[in-house]
Write a protein that binds this ligand. Structure first.
Ligand SMILES: [Zn+2]
Length: 128
């Protein structure tokens, strides 16, 4: 876990990031360790459309990104659709951001085909 210092063992979520490594620097003892800093790309969509399943199929296929299931970040206090910040951000800024937002209609499409499309999208996002 990046928040636990390998040197002093203290938990700090406020590590200082040195982009030269990149390194995460412990604010308590100054110990720095290297880590992989990769772009954050998100698969979004309505509940039940297959985001987690596609993510599972991407594991090991995509080398340019780490695949995480967003459910690990879900907390009960965010379970208010009108308060979900990502939805507001997508509505307000989705058309202006890079990398582009790609919409996939997965209706009737095999998971493997969707996973290939998403892997291609990730590759295109990374090479720009
Ligand atoms: Zn430390």
């Amino acid at each position: 876990m990046i928040n636990v210092c390998f040197n002093c063992g203290q938990y700090h979520a406020d590590k200082i990031i040195d982009p030269e490594g990149p390194y995460a620097i412990c604010p308590a003892c100054g110990y720095k360790h290297a880590f992989r800093q990769l772009p954050l790309l998100m698969l979004a969509g309505a509940s039940g459309v297959g985001k987690s399943t596609v993510g599972w199929h991407l594991a090991g296929r995509v080398k340019e990104a780490i695949v995480l299931d967003a459910d690990i970040l879900w907390r009960p206090e965010f379970n208010k659709p009108e308060d979900i910040r990502i939805n507001r951000w997508l509505q307000e800024s989705g058309g202006e951001i890079e990398p582009r937002i790609a919409l996939l209609n997965t209706t009737g499409v095999a998971v493997e085909q969707t996973a290939r499309q998403v892997a291609l999208w990730i590759s295109e996002c990374i090479k720009d």
